[in-house]
Design a binder for this molecule. Sequence first.
Ligand code: HEC
Ligand code: HEC
Ligand code: HEC
Ligand code: HEC
Ligand code: HEC
Length: 485
Amino acid sequence: MSSENNDQSEKTATGAEDEKTPRSPWQHMIRGLWRSPLGLLGVGITTISITLMVIGFIVDVLGIFENPYVGILIYMVLPGGMLFGLLLIPIAAWYRRRQWHKYGVEKGHLTLNLSNHMHRMGLLAFLVLSVVNVAILTLIGYEGYHFTDSPYFCGQVCHQVMEPEYTAYQRSPHSKVACVECHIGSGAKWFVRAKISGLRQVVAVITDSYSRPIPAPVHELRPARDVCESCHWPEKFYGKKVKTFYSFTNDNQTEPERTEIALHIGGRNPESDVFEGIHWHVSNDVEVSYLAADRGRTQIAKVKIKRPDGSTDEFIKQEIVESMGDTEHQEWRVMDCIDCHNRPTHIYDLPEERVDFGLLSKKINPLIAGIREDSLAVLTKDYATREQAEEQIGRDLLALQKSRDAKQAAIHAEDITKAGEFLLESYLGNVWPETGVVWGTYKKHLGHQNADEGYGCWRCHDDEHENTKGETISQDCSLCHDEPE
Ligand code: HEC
Ligand code: HEC
Ligand code: HEC
Ligand code: HEC
Ligand code: HEC
């Protein structure tokens, strides 16, 4: 700092002489900053962003719009704009300063003199603006955090990617439970993990590199015991539950076959105080863990159990173990709710289930000959897009019926159209060819309907996993269900 400059600051320090003394380069710079195009741009962007953000925030809080893109604008784009604008201002100042140096203006440090009225006002303005900015950003950040946690954001913003999960979720018993309740849960650790993997997913969507279909099981899912047990109490005694299944065949469309089973759901029996039945696997003093040969957990090689009395046991299926090679370094998984309830909310139907439900509820007139077979044919046909299905399902059904019996098709034309609409609705609720979600992409473990493909209870309960004494994990039908009384 030159001595001349020092003189000047000393003079300015006397305050009263303010207006007369020439300004130091820094004072020029702070004032000049507003006149630099870059600085002005920064101020402009900041001001516009803040104004829109405040208006948008009020509109959002009042609930005038329900559009996720408005949320993205308010909570993500505009705060970004505001920060960007704010950042431009010091950059502009730095740039100006360099320019001035080039033209020979002396280097000077910023001297702040609180007895100088101008300095005081400047500092005050700076502090007030900073507090206001931080307050706005905090408020928006807080709201924005809740926004990125809403099912709305998860399900709607990534519209195409999450549409299958969101659709299935909306018609499930958990449609009022936010996605984050199961996918993130509370606690800082999971919050950070979720937001980091969330960011990675956003990048995957932007770069269009995400998997289609999104693979299940979800490996980063928070342990189900934490998640599910925040609402469901496994100690609760659920006893037996009677379930009725109806099914038709192509030869018999009118009288459904009816199967009734009483599932031994179990839980803690209040009379004997023993944990029994199906929920035995998740009682507090039992631990069932398993080693799967594949990422999809459909091939189970070994099962270990720890019983309430402390004894342990291990069941092995040699055939699968041999196919695995090295089993020493594989990861064991402790069985939890999701090993059975893998589809608690993203529940997809199978085509037969939909058609049989249609016949049962008379949305498909069962008196039309061949309608079951034709319905299944149009429902399971490969359509390239959902739009194509919308165009073709009704038309194809009518065509099939006409080729079967033109006279009958004419008589039942109205019912066939109605059936076509029902089938289209079923299709649209379950199939997204563009994201790779088709009939049967996501199968459930609860039961044994898809046992041949490695889903359900029979992955372990197959009478083929043996312990050293030659005992097996039982497939005895009455272990899990019996005839209702
Ligand atoms: C009741 C708990 C629960 C809720 C609520 C929930 N999910 Fe899931 N979700 C799961 C479970 C459990 C899985 C893992 C399925 C598996 O491992 O086979 C899963 C899997 C997924 C998958 C992977 C693909 C698939 O279908 O397996 C996506 C994507 C997903 N959920 C998105 C969402 C979105 C978006 C929402 C909110 C609209 C949501 N989830 C709400 C429990 C839930
Ligand atoms: C935020 C609370 C909440 C969480 C977390 C939650 N559930 Fe639920 N669950 C509910 C509610 C509410 C219902 C509906 C109850 C009803 O309608 O009777 C329900 C229903 C169910 C049902 C019965 C469905 C039926 O067809 O009757 C099952 C099974 C279930 N949940 C399993 C799970 C599993 C497994 C998890 C963990 C992945 C889980 N829930 C997580 C709140 C929750
Ligand atoms: C071994 C498989 C298995 C495990 C593990 C399991 N469940 Fe279940 N659960 C079932 C079956 C099977 C049913 C009956 C489903 C049905 O109604 O079709 C059931 C039913 C339920 C129901 C509904 C009860 C009713 O009366 O309809 C709830 C709630 C539930 N389970 C919660 C849980 C929770 C929470 C966990 C984890 C702590 C869990 N389950 C672990 C198999 C399991
Ligand atoms: C990961 C392997 C595995 C899966 C999957 C599995 N189980 Fe089990 N289950 C076991 C083992 C191990 C035992 C204990 C066998 C023993 O004690 O000899 C058991 C025991 C049982 C019992 C008897 C509990 C008691 O009171 O002693 C029932 C009931 C049962 N399972 C039902 C089911 C149902 C229903 C499903 C599917 C929804 C299922 N299990 C899925 C491993 C499994
Ligand atoms: C390890 C437990 C377990 C064993 C063993 C078992 N089941 Fe099941 N079964 C279930 C469960 C759980 C369901 C309910 C599925 C659902 O809710 O969708 C079921 C459902 C059924 C259904 C009705 C659903 C359908 O597919 O039509 C039939 C029929 C059935 N079982 C027959 C049998 C027979 C026969 C055996 C003996 C060979 C047997 N089960 C053994 C657990 C078991």
